[in-house]
Design a protein around this ligand. Sequence first.
Ligand SMILES: NC(=O)c1ccc[n+]([C@@H]2O[C@H](COP(=O)([O-])OP(=O)(O)OC[C@H]3O[C@@H](n4cnc5c(N)ncnc54)[C@H](OP(=O)(O)O)[C@@H]3O)[C@@H](O)[C@H]2O)c1
Length: 266
Amino acid sequence: MDRKLALVTGASAGIGAAFARILASHGYDVALTARRIERLDALAEEVRLRYGVETLTVAADLAEPEAPGHVLDHLTAHGRTADVLINNAGYGLPGTYSETLWTDQAAFLQVMVTAPCELAHRVLGGMRERRFGRIVNVASLAGLIPGAAGHTLYAASKALLVKFSQSLHLEVAGDGVHVTALCPGFTYTEFHDVNGTRELASSSTPAWLWLGADEVAAAGYEAVEANRAVCVPGAPSKTIAALAKAIPDDWALALMASQGGRFRKT
Ligand SMILES: NC(=O)c1ccc[n+]([C@@H]2O[C@H](COP(=O)([O-])OP(=O)(O)OC[C@H]3O[C@@H](n4cnc5c(N)ncnc54)[C@H](OP(=O)(O)O)[C@@H]3O)[C@@H](O)[C@H]2O)c1
């Protein structure tokens, strides 16, 4: 098999589907995973016909601890290994921490933190041996600014992905493996419909703050090719990330206290 294979999690919608199209357009075969298999199969057929690449689809719920192993076993069973890993699957869990169920928070951590870390751990050895690899951890601008009230572990989980990506980026420097944390701000996908904040977010934020999923995925692809550790797509989000670094932490937190209610549900 001459072509390299890209594994994309959360490929049934939004940024993940956009990544799958971009990777296929650059000649990668794609392995697509998410829970909604019919969407994965439709996207697989689309990119197969359009770009002439090979595709694999595998249904998996990343909240289940055995899912990362199951997904990679599926690739092995087809004689393939992941040369590119896009850790993208994710969602938001609205609410005040003490009023949510621990089972929901534990599932959230499994999807947002443990699964991407495990997938990276499982594919990295092979990437280093072959001296080629690309890993994009889709984090968020939320991981670069203070946490807000509500969706309590979201910013924390994304901050972990940023630090994890930076450490990994340094560990594999010189091995032909590039690691990037992609930190988008507001992006037009199904994300805000799934967590019930569509109306809140779109009525309280200006349109110029938002990017399309294609622009975000394209920025992530360019950044990982260029081996940049962190990528914040779009000038408005870049400015917010820079401001959050430049001002004292307690000012940034005070700003979040006054603005967070515009896009987070407690
Ligand atoms: N949209 C934004 O404003 C924004 C901003 C910054 C960062 N992000 C991050 O971008 C990533 C992609 O989100 P998106 O905006 O593209 O949202 P989206 O359109 O809702 O897509 C989310 C994807 O994640 C998958 N997913 C969710 N839970 C899963 C689970 N338990 N197991 C397996 N797959 C699961 C979904 O597939 P199934 O439902 O089919 O399983 C879907 O393919 C997320 O990590 C999100 O945190 C989004």
